[in-house]
Design a protein around this ligand. Structure first.
Ligand code: FES
Ligand code: FE2
Length: 381
């Protein structure tokens, strides 16, 4: 982030704090429960958002060397991601072109070739079909070169590997991230590795889990036993950077900055900065590390959440230090996720038909309106 922007963001928070105010929307808004429980709505989100937009499948350190591969699920489909011997990243539908068997089981490793467990059609890690037993006798007239693995759009950027299942023809990756690219590059995530991670399944709609992180109204209450004491009460700001969102979540030390020279102000020393990369990825930038939060919808009421604490590869801190940080983050986010599951349950049973977003929860309304804009206008720009 540019230092001038850091100063502006700090000024904004300090002004709200000294006025005893908060970052306010014009009026409260309603959020119908249908957004979180409708199966039809969920299908539309998958088709119009998750398969159309790039999603992170891995950090570059997970596919660091030539011939590394990994399998991941994107919008419900199994995807094979490889780094070929030329160093290029490739993504394929993880399905054999003969009769559709899943080519590679869940996992990761290093391989040049992948042989199908059914009849041994064998593919290079560039996707090319290189051998198929008795092919000439069994498949006369079939063009072998048209039976390579189905390739998907894959891209390395900001330290991650992104895959798009079915982008619109004129989709422009660089334009999609243009307004947030500088901030993401400044985090130097390509020079990091994953120190600690965990994955869990949560029984809540993906949007409820995102909503839990982008307001601070709940900090002092829901997180009273974890991070609540270290943060300002109900004081946070947010700004859309294109389709994505940057939230500033100030810690209670932020007021100390008034007595320090402005040119030494550093936002991350006194606030967490949360980037919500539309649709389902969040990067929580803390003082000396980032947490990559991957929100992957499995069904309307079930979501896989992966939390990864990442820090510079050459950081001095011990593994124990990162483990402790990761544990605090996980405990805190689990408080949000458990509450989110209770909201989901009340919505699913019909006990709750609408929710209210207060003026200081404007980020939630903004996020949901962004989702709805994508459902109406599939290009999402
Ligand atoms: S389905 Fe893969 S070789 Fe037959
Ligand atoms: Fe929270």
């Amino acid at each position: 982030m540019k230092h001038a922007v850091e100063i502006d963001l700090i000024d904004e928070v300090l002004a709200l704090k000294s006025a005893g105010s908060a970052f306010l929307n014009a009026a409260p808004t309603q959020s119908p429960a249908d957004r979180y429980v409708s199966k039809d709505r969920f299908r539309q989100e998958q088709v119009r958002i998750f398969i159309k937009l790039p999603g992170i499948v891995a950090h570059v350190s997970e596919l660091a060397n030539p011939c590394d591969f990994i399998t991941r699920e994107v919008a419900g489909r199994s995807i094979l991601i490889t780094r070929d011997k030329g160093g290029q990243v490739n993504a394929f539908v993880n399905a054999c072109r003969h009769r559709g068997t899943r080519l590679v089981g869940d996992g990761q490793g290093s391989k040049r070739h992948f042989s199908c467990p059914y009849h041994a059609w064998t593919y290079a890690n560039t996707g090319e079909l290189i051998s198929a037993p008795h092919f000439d006798r069994g498949f006369p007239g079939c063009d072998k070169s048209s039976l390579n693995l189905v390739r998907l759009h894959a891209r390395e950027a900001f330290g991650f590997i992104w895959v798009t299942v079915n982008p619109d023809e004129n989709f422009d990756f660089d334009a999609f991230f243009e307004d947030i690219a500088y901030d993401l590059e400044s985090l130097h995530m390509a020079d990091m590795d994953i120190k600690v991670q965990n994955t869990q399944l949560r029984y809540a709609n993906w949007k409820i889990l995102i909503e839990g992180g982008i307001e601070s109204y709940h900090f002092k209450i829901a997180h009273k036993s974890t991070i609540g004491p270290f943060f300002e009460d109900n004081l946070s700001t947010c700004k859309m950077l294109g389709t994505h969102m940057r939230s500033v979540l100030p810690r209670s030390t932020i007021g100390d900055l008034k007595n320090q020279p402005r040119d030494r102000w550093r936002l991350r020393d006194h606030a967490n900065v949360l980037y919500t990369l539309f649709p389902g990825c969040q990067i929580l930038a803390q003082q000396d590390h980032v947490v990559w939060i991957s929100i992957r919808p499995q069904s309307v009421g079930r979501t896989e959440v992966r939390l990864a604490t990442m820090a510079p590869k050459n950081a001095d801190q011990s593994q124990d230090y990162w483990q402790k940080n990761h544990t605090i983050t996980t405990e805190t986010l689990n408080e949000d996720f458990s509450i989110g599951e209770s909201v989901q349950n009340n919505a699913e049973t019909g006990a709750v038909t609408t929710m209210l977003f207060g003026r200081f929860e404007s980020a939630l309304d903004t996020f949901n309106r962004r989702v709805e804009a994508c459902l109406d206008r599939p290009s999402c720009r």
